[in-house]
Design a protein around this ligand. Structure first.
Ligand SMILES: Cc1cc2nc3c(=O)[nH]c(=O)nc-3n(C[C@H](O)[C@H](O)[C@H](O)COP(=O)(O)OP(=O)(O)OC[C@H]3O[C@@H](n4cnc5c(N)ncnc54)[C@H](O)[C@@H]3O)c2cc1C
Length: 607
């Protein structure tokens, strides 16, 4: 039956190319294979077709040029000076149709502009683009904030649907999803169009309205991209993932229909959008997220502790994890510590719901212990708390001389647009390698903690190891755990106390940007070191999952790593709403049926 509907679909499509593969198929298997068209193919839409699409989207059809095209053309031009001047500005990069927050990944992907891009204004524009791509058998790409590490929001020879201009944010006192009337109680919520960045929501929800919404840590990440990732912010240990807070999403599916999804309407698709990965199920045009009462205070604990010898560093890590288990493994504390090969422990932790005195009292015993060990030295210790309402208040921060956030320096930029200075190094970074894994909370207990400390020490001999405690939901309140469990993210996330990230790269390497030649041998060796360090930690948790959006491009068992036992359910939902695989991203649900560039269908439904 599946085969019959496939043949029917092909007959109905006048431009879909069917050909026999050159490689041998299994005996008796005669599956048709489809291939999307490129601008060089005779079936690529003609000028008239593009003109009609341009008219349908109000003229907002662009032909994007590479980010550094102006510099390639004339290195002395004003246009080249503008892009060079903004190379460290994530807002500027996000505003360019060919902009990508990272500048590529060694042996994996490099930024490439689409042939055409729709700068969508609303769901109608998005639906026009989706239908055009389907009818003309085009490779379709969706981009919001452009922060994909895996390069899934850009592809050459594609049509891009770009949601950047859709960024309206609306607050609700009493939201009820469509179709849920009379079935669920109204709650306080915020609706954001898909292209909004988290700073836009934090400004509206926290600075202006005095409430809290669970989003991402990096303020320039796109709302729809992060929610579909699962999505973690500094305080996720208190509130769960961003996906766990999703109440409703509007989405344009492959058939061009604009659908409302929530717990009562299209509930299967709604669940898939909660962590099933961006760009795989449709184009999300808006999301509605629950808001929470704002804690009175947000706090922080930072500093560095260096050890004069390996044994002293080992003891420091051991003591830190005893302290973590006793005092920090709870809904209050998130963010990071970094364990470095040069025997330095970097503290970069934040908390919610504790005042200045409470934060100090939590950390004092640990700092007192450090002071008793002559081989340890503490520097730049900074501990405290501030009214939560001013956390993302860019203007107030500026007034008090804080340098923690950097504003978009362009003269016409909104004064509310700023990013954390700690995220600066990631802007334009070129990745050599990247991996992540969730470590189960049982590793904090008894003898297991010894194994944990030994493995972290061993891994840190090879590369810097980052522990993102806010990206493991063990230790969160039961409500946050339950809501996170009801998402598509690998269920191991709720048993994990941390996500470990080991990654490295170098300065921007956008195509067309003049820079010294890359030492690729050294870069490949760097990737190899990342693999070795990660392998030390996989010994602790061989089946550890990995966070889809912060993960290894080359992960061979990505289905299991990103979604675990949820994968088969996601595949069924994909087959229902996108049977012909219009939505393709690298290592996205159903992508195993396609060639790595998303142009050639190799098989149907994994068969
Ligand atoms: C510097 C940096 C910091 C980060 N910080 C965090 C963090 O603090 N917490 C965290 O959890 N993650 C973080 N991430 C990962 C980030 O959440 C994901 O990469 C996320 O998917 C980015 O969304 P985007 O819209 O910005 O990116 P894009 O590159 O535009 O999109 C990412 C993916 O989502 C798809 N997508 C985007 N918009 C839509 C839409 N409207 N409908 C359907 N599909 C869509 C794209 O096709 C693509 O596959 C960070 C990444 C970077 C580069």
């Amino acid at each position: 039956m599946r085969r019959r509907s496939l043949l029917k679909g092909i007959a109905a499509s006048v431009v879909q190319i069917v050909f026999r593969p050159r490689w041998p198929l299994q005996a008796g298997v005669t599956r048709p294979i489809t291939r999307r068209v490129r601008p060089t193919d005779p079936h690529w839409p003609g000028a008239n077709s593009w003109a009609k699409l341009r008219a349908a989207v109000g003229g907002n059809l662009l032909e994007p040029q590479p980010l550094f095209a102006a510099c390639q053309k004339d290195a002395k031009s004003a246009a080249c000076a503008e892009v060079l001047g903004n190379i460290r500005n994530p807002f500027y990069i996000g505003d360019q149709p060919a902009g990508t927050e990272v500048s590529g990944w060694l042996d994996a992907w490099k930024p490439a502009p689409s042939a055409y891009a729709i700068a969508a204004r609303n769901a109608t524009d998005v639906a026009a683009g989706v239908s055009f791509a389907r009818q003309n058998n085009l490779r379709l790409v969706v981009k919001g904030g452009g922060h994909s590490y895996l390069g899934t929001s850009n592809a050459p020879d594609s049509l891009l649907i770009w949601t950047r201009a859709m960024n309206k944010v609306t607050l609700h006192d009493a939201f009820v999803g469509r179709g849920c009337e009379g079935r669920v109680a109204p709650i306080s919520a915020v609706t954001a169009e898909a292209g909004a960045m988290w700073i836009d929501l934090y400004h509206a929800v926290t600075t202006e309205a005095g409430r809290y919404v669970q989003g991402g840590g990096c303020t320039t990440v796109g709302v729809a991209g992060l929610v579909q990732s699962g999505g973690f912010g500094s305080f996720s240990k208190g509130f769960g993932t961003a996906a766990a807070g999703l109440l409703e999403a509007e989405v344009v599916t492959a058939d061009g229909k604009v659908r409302t999804t929530n717990a009562c309407t299209n509930a299967d698709l709604f669940w898939a959008l909660k962590g099933g990965g961006g760009g795989s199920f449709g184009v999300v045009t808006r999301v509605t997220l629950r808001t929470h009462p704002l804690p009175e205070f947000f706090g922080f604990a930072g500093g560095t502790i260096s050890a004069h010898s390996d044994p002293a560093f080992g003891r420091l890590i051991q003591r830190f994890f005893e302290f973590y288990r006793e005092k920090l493994f709870n809904p209050h504390w998130g963010e990071q510590v970094r364990i470095r090969p040069d025997n330095v422990l970097e503290l970069s932790m934040v908390c919610q719901g504790l005042d200045d005195g409470e934060v100090t009292r939590v950390w004092q015993p640990f700092f007192d212990w450090v002071k008793t060990v002559p081989e340890l030295k503490m520097t730049d210790v900074n501990v405290g708390a501030r009214p939560a309402r001013s956390w993302w208040d860019v203007v107030a921060r500026k007034k008090r001389g804080s340098t923690a956030m950097i504003s978009d320096p362009r003269p016409d930029a909104p004064v509310t647009h700023a990013y954390w200075s700690g995220d600066q190094d990631q802007v334009g970074a070129f990745l050599h390698g990247y991996d992540s894994l969730w470590l189960p909370a049982k590793l904090l207990q008894g003898d297991e903690q010894v194994r944990l400390v030994n493995a972290l020490f061993a891994a840190s001999r090879i590369k810097k190891v980052e522990l993102h405690f806010n990206k493991g939901i063990a230790g969160a309140p039961a409500e946050a755990v339950d809501r996170t469990r009801d998402t598509a993210t690998n269920p191991t996330v709720v048993d994990a106390f941390t996500l470990v990230i080991i990654a490295d790269g170098e300065r921007p390497s956008y195509p067309g940007l003049a820079r010294p030649a890359m030492d690729t041998a050294a870069a490949r060796n760097n990737k190899h070191q990342i693999d070795l360090a990660t392998a030390e930690l996989r010994k602790l948790a061989p089946d550890a999952g990995s966070y889809v959006s912060e993960s290894n491009y080359f992960n061979a068992s990505w289905q299991k790593a990103y979604w675990g036992e949820n994968y088969s359910r996601l595949r069924a939902i994909k087959a229902k709403y996108d049977p012909d695989g219009l939505f393709f991203v690298h290592h996205g649900v159903g992508s195993e049926d396609w060639s790595s560039d998303g142009f050639t269908r190799l098989r149907r439904d994994g068969g």
